[in-house]
Design a protein around this ligand. Structure first.
Ligand SMILES: [Zn+2]
Length: 451
């Protein structure tokens, strides 16, 4: 059992009192936090390895609540398009992915995400080409290699173009295949135990690519098996039109009619919400994964984060797939969330600490793990980001939390996940970064050349 203590750093605990220690320590024993406090390391830890962390800022590891890892192989396409144009260009490319491409894309995507302070990531995988092999298992293998805590979801699409949906028929599956594969994936990968490194979720793609029948059946399976539910909703104004024409209601009303507003559901985007929708999300305990960079990249709009928080909705942050957010920096999303909330809601709409809370406690709530993740407290899992704040961009800054949220992305001195070091001095130590980059480039070239 390893025992070490980060010593002399500024500590942002995100505990109940939102305590911060200008100079404090975080002790780690095995995969758990053994102690957190201000001042000198207590004598009880005399025999522990001391890691001098003066000049650094310790925060809880960040939790990414929306992603499509396979998209790492399709970055930089349809760069000036609407969501529906972007999807229409990319679906045929995505139809050619296979397990090797997904493994390479996910490894590079997760390694990069780790570099941006992310210790737990979800993934929403909904493209399962026939003959492509086990692409979901490929993401699981990648997360295991990189060493991140992983909450993949078995996604799906069953509403092809011939039935009035947006995706071409070759990338959709039939409902029986989807439900059987979803059940199998939960059996194969889901670990419900405390400290779990992998929990599954169920995630039909969106109202314009999935039938209501699949939405209902997916929710039934998830609830039988005790896993959470996820989907995209109200991302663009186009989607609102689609729902009005097809279902005669708003996207959120549509989800409500399917039993999809509840405490075990978190929704990606939720940009175009009216006041009634926000009240309904709050009343049902439904969470929102805010993806500011992707929403801006696709010109979709800006999520009403401040209104959601004021109503009591749990909000986390997501980078979304790299095809609509080539940066995919989770710390970057913290900055974007703060700036965008203020751009539309005024200077007091979201504080820098609230923005950081979205990416830590907020994310932990969305994935149902606020009891284990999202704060630095004794007994919680040892998922810690240690940021170096004494270099050129940050040295001397009055408030290190403002430096982290509003300033340049600081070097990541350490990323600790489940008590293990994943990033050290801004390099991933679990996989070879150079090899991961070469493999990802090969995967992207393979997709480009096959078209
Ligand atoms: Zn998405």
């Amino acid at each position: 059992m390893t025992l070490f203590v980060l010593s002399g750093c500024h500590v942002v605990t995100m505990d109940g009192a939102r305590s911060e220690h200008a100079s404090g320590y975080v002790a780690v024993n095995g995969n758990l936090i053994a102690a957190v406090g201000a001042g000198e390391v207590p004598a009880a830890f005399d025999h522990a390895q001391i890691i001098e962390a003066a000049g650094c800022l310790a925060t809880p590891g960040l939790v990414n609540t929306h992603h499509h890892l396979y998209q790492w192989a399709t970055r930089g396409r349809a760069v000036d398009s609407t969501l529906f144009q972007w999807l229409t260009e990319l679906y045929p490319v995505w139809a050619r992915i296979d397990e090797q491409i997904v493994r390479d894309a996910a490894t590079a995507g997760l390694a990069w995400l780790a570099r941006t302070g992310c210790s737990t990531s979800t993934d929403h995988h909904y493209v399962f080409p026939r003959g492509g092999g086990d692409v979901l298992a490929a993401t699981v293998a990648a997360a295991s290699a990189v060493g991140l805590r992983f909450h993949p979801t078995r996604g799906s699409m069953d509403l092809g173009a011939s039935s009035g949906g947006l995706p071409p028929d070759e990338v959709v599956e039939d409902i029986d295949t989807i439900l059987a594969a979803t059940d199998e994936a939960i059996s194969a990968f889901h670990d419900p135990e405390p400290g779990s490194m992998l929990r599954m979720g169920v995630a039909p793609c969106s109202p314009f690519s999935v039938t209501g029948e699949l939405m209902r059946a997916a929710a039934e399976i998830a609830r039988q098996r005790g896993v959470r539910l996820h989907t995209h909703v109200a991302e663009t104004a186009d989607e609102g039109e689609f729902c009005k024409e097809r279902f005669g209601c708003t996207p959120v009303e549509y989800l409500d009619s399917l039993g999809w507003l509840a405490g075990d559901v978190w929704l990606a985007h939720a940009v175009h919400l009216d006041d009634a929708a926000i009240r309904r999300l709050a009343a049902t305990g439904t969470g929102v994964a805010h993806c500011p960079s992707s929403n801006a990249r696709l010109g979709a709009g800006i999520c009403r984060t401040a209104d959601l928080l004021a109503a009591g909705v749990a909000v986390g942050l997501g980078v979304d797939g790299a095809a609509s957010n080539e940066e995919t920096s989770l710390l970057g999303e913290v900055r974007e969330a703060a700036l965008m909330a203020r751009a539309v809601g005024g200077p007091l709409a979201l504080t820098v600490r609230q923005a950081l809370e979205l990416a830590t406690l907020g994310g932990a709530r969305l994935i149902g793990r606020a009891d284990e993740l999202g704060s630095l407290e004794t007994g919680k899992l040892a998922d810690i980001a240690l940021w170096r704040m004494d270099g050129l961009p940050h040295a001397g800054i009055a408030d290190p939390v403002a430096g982290l949220v509003l300033g340049a992305r600081p070097p990541l001195e350490l990323l600790i996940v489940d008590g293990e070091i994943v990033v050290e001095r801004d390099r991933v130590v679990t996989v070879d970064e150079r090899a991961a980059a070469v493999a990802a480039a090969r995967a992207a070239a393979h997709l480009a050349n096959a078209g």
